[in-house]
Structures are given as C-alpha cells and as structure tokens.
Design a binder for this molecule. Sequence first.
Ligand SMILES: [Zn+2]
Length: 175
Amino acid sequence: MPEPEPAQCPFEKRFPSQLARDDSFYMSLAYNQAIDAWREDEVPIGAVIVIGGEVVGAAHNRVEGAADPTAHAEMLALTQAASRLGDWRIEGATVYVTKEPCPMCSGAMVMSRVKRVCYAVPDPKMGCLGGAANLNELARSNHRFEVTAGGVLEDECRELIQAFFRLKRADPDAG
Ligand SMILES: [Zn+2]
C-alpha cells in the first residue's frame, strides 16, 4: 500500500493589493505562510515580521517536519529577523501571526523587545497575550509592546485552522 496523501489544502493563497500596506496586507502574508504549512501537513499557522514596512521574517509552523517542539512560526520568524538585523533586539518590529502566540512564543516576543504584535485568532486555551494569560503584563517587566488582539483576517485564519483539524479527524490514517 502506498502512503496515503495528506489531506489537500482546499484554500487558496491571498493576493492583497500592494497599494495598501496595512495590517490586513501583512496578515495576508502570514495567512499565505499558514497555507504553506498546511501543504506540508503542518498545523496551518504563519507569522510575518515587519520593520518600517519591510518584511524581515516570514515563517510557518514546522513542528512535525522538523520534529522540534520549538519550530513554531513565530519562533522561526523571530530568529530570521534577529539574524537579518544582527541583533537579538528586534526593536521597532511588528509581528503578524495568524493565531494568538503560545507561552513560548509570547515569551520570545517579550525577550526580543518587539514593538507590536498583531494576531488574528484569539486562543483562550494556550494564548499568552490576553487569551489564557498575558506575558505582556509581567508586573516587574518594564518592556511592554502594543497588542492588536483579533479582528484582522480573524475569520479567515480561524476557518483555515478549524478546517485543517476537521479534515484530520475525518482521515482515519491521520495521527
Ligand atoms: Zn508558539
């Protein structure tokens, strides 16, 4: 028996207008990263990091393929941005991510001193920027970043993640 094909991604990438470089534009790029994740049979979450209008990091979840629990989209994008800047302080950066960051990624955002985080889908279970907890409000930390919680392509990003798990559950060969 040949290996069963992973469930095909039924969603298409977005082609946002290049004219409006707004939150929705950059979240569309993060969404497209999430589509790439799905095409590799990874949970579809994507992240893009922007400084002064320029994309300095773009990645998707690779936990399964890399067999690495730290290979979340945000972690990979933060590493790319720091490497590009030659500095662990990613100052002035806005992180766009399709789902609210987990404890690890929220912590990494605190440690890297980003300026702003914009996430699409709140996560009351594991989200640590307001959903389940808030690492941006550590009482003695003097670094705070701006957070935009939901509202930017929220429905689209949620539908992508929910559809992925729906199809996984429907596939008896899926883990
Ligand atoms: Zn994470």
